[in-house]
Design a protein around this ligand. Structure first.
Ligand code: GDP
Ligand code: IMO
Ligand code: MG
Length: 412
């Protein structure tokens, strides 16, 4: 193996409300990885990968699928809809991507999403604008200790005993048989990879502000989307996580309901939505958009312990005359400098902005930091300064090769 200077494993997590471009960044880094392991969520996630003329969106399978010879892991921290997983595997096959038990391991301890979870989510999830994929109800059953684990699902004597009288039983039994070859003790696999010093990416879904504990509760998802989830969702010791890479959009977006202090509407918002193609990869809903928010960035860097940042979608800001960065909130006549998940406060905060000049040159083909327009560099430097975290990757387009490495020492 080549001499290694950087970390041998990296947790890749979203710093906002999801859709930061985690799929793209994972795909970019996966080239040099041995194992890519999802640790939370389910098919509420939609991770987009674009290489050349092909574009795929994965929901459960880790975002390393465009590379051959990588092991993908679906950890115990996930809730797995077996029908969706099998559909995804079939779909990938149509794109000539072969998923087999050799390159995908599904944790025997992950929980199963069943039809009644989806039904319940469709009825109750509207209040916070969930993806209606049954995520919340499946995690609710897990916490209530009445959930169905994958190992029970694929063992017919156990599955039948609990759900043999249900209408979905026959159909789901077939799914169970099809999934059985993938099922393993993934915590042992992960710790084996760690002890061999293999290169591992821990793939987060959603983002810090959708995290059950640290997000804008109750407008959150039901899992741990922050870096700690890599440990609990995969069975690896905290001390083994060597580096955390926060994926952060150059502006902010949010799908679904809940507070969003820097949200904007009008011409600039429409431009960002159009140029940034801000439509959800899972539900097709239009994403709300807003200016960069330093308070969110610092908060996410803090709770995740971000060593560096991958700043995505910088290209989308090209030709915006004046760029705004939120540096504080005004709340009832006082100034707040730290993000809060207290909804009573957050819902009544007004952003305080700093303004920077934009740039006009197309940056989508730029390959190095030095070549970026001066005002783009100023924008990046200001973000680094305010967040006190270095930017290691700058993404200037959806494709794998539209990626600038600014600081290699944080990466493989
Ligand atoms: P994820 O859930 O964090 O993996 O992000 P999504 O895939 O849901 O959403 C990100 C969207 O932005 C996808 O359509 C990506 O193809 C696209 N994208 C990622 N990085 C960039 C970038 O730097 N520039 C542009 N224009 N699009 C990007
Ligand atoms: P990725 O991994 C963006 C949002 C939903 C809703 C809330 C709760 O692609 O970044 P849920 O179905 O999880 O109970 O919905 O969370 N949400 C996401 N938003 N990206 C995601 O995942 C999301 N996963 C869930 O829109 O507001
Ligand atoms: Mg997404």
């Amino acid at each position: 193996m080549a001499k290694q200077y950087g970390p041998s494993n990296i947790a890749v997590i979203g710093m906002e409300w999801g859709d930061e471009g985690k799929g793209k960044i994972i795909d970019f880094l996966a080239e040099k990885a041995d194992v890519v392991a999802r640790f939370n969520g389910g098919n509420n996630a939609g991770h987009t990968i674009e290489v050349g003329n092909s574009k795929i969106v994965v929901h459960l399978v880790p975002s390393s699928v465009m590379h051959k010879g990588k092991l993908g892991v679906i950890g115990n921290g996930l809730v797995v809809d077996p029908k969706v997983l099998l559909g995804e595997i079939k779909n990938l096959e149509k794109n000539r991507i072969k998923i087999t038990p050799e390159n995908l391991a599904v944790s025997e301890n992950a929980h199963v999403i069943l039809p009644h979870h989806i039904e319940e989510d469709k009825k109750a999830g509207g209040k916070i604008g969930t993806t209606a994929r049954g995520i919340g109800p499946a995690y609710t059953d897990k916490a209530a200790r009445i959930g169905l684990k994958i190992y029970e699902f694929v063992d017919d004597s156990l599955f039948r005993k609990r759900f043999g009288n249900e209408e979905f039983y026959q159909e789901y039994k077939e799914y169970a048989d099809a999934i059985m070859p993938y099922v393993s003790d993934t915590a042992t696999i992960m710790n084996g990879a760690l002890s061999k010093n293999q290169r591992i990416l821990f793939e987060g879904a959603q983002g810090t502000l959708l995290d059950l504990d640290f997000g804008t509760y109750p407008y959150v998802t039901s899992s741990t989307a922050t870096a700690g989830g890599a440990c609990t969702g995969l069975g690896i010791p905290p001390k083994k996580v060597q580096s955390v890479l926060g994926v952060c959009k150059a502006y902010k977006t949010r799908v679904g309901m809940g507070p969003f202090p820097t949200e904007i509407t009008g011409n600039t918002a429409e431009k960002l939505q159009k140029v940034g193609k801000e439509f959800g990869a899972t539900t097709g809903r239009q994403r709300r958009v807003g200016w960069f928010d330093t308070l969110i960035g610092r908060y996410a860097a803090m709770v995740n312990g971000a060593d560096s940042i991958a700043l995505t979608k910088l290209d989308v800001l090209t030709a915006v005359e004046k760029l705004r960065i939120c540096v504080a909130y005004r709340y009832k006549g006082s100034i707040i400098k730290n993000f809060t998940t207290n909804m009573k406060i957050l819902q009544n905060c007004q952003p305080v902005y700093e303004e920077l000049d934009g740039w006009w040159d197309d940056i989508t083909k730029i390959k190095s930091y030095e070549q970026l327009p001066n005002n783009a560099k100023k924008y990046l430097r200001r973000i680094e300064e305010l967040l006190k975290v270095p930017i290691s990757i700058i993404s200037v387009g959806p494709k794998r090769d539209q990626t600038i490495v600014a600081r290699q020492e944080f990466l493989f």
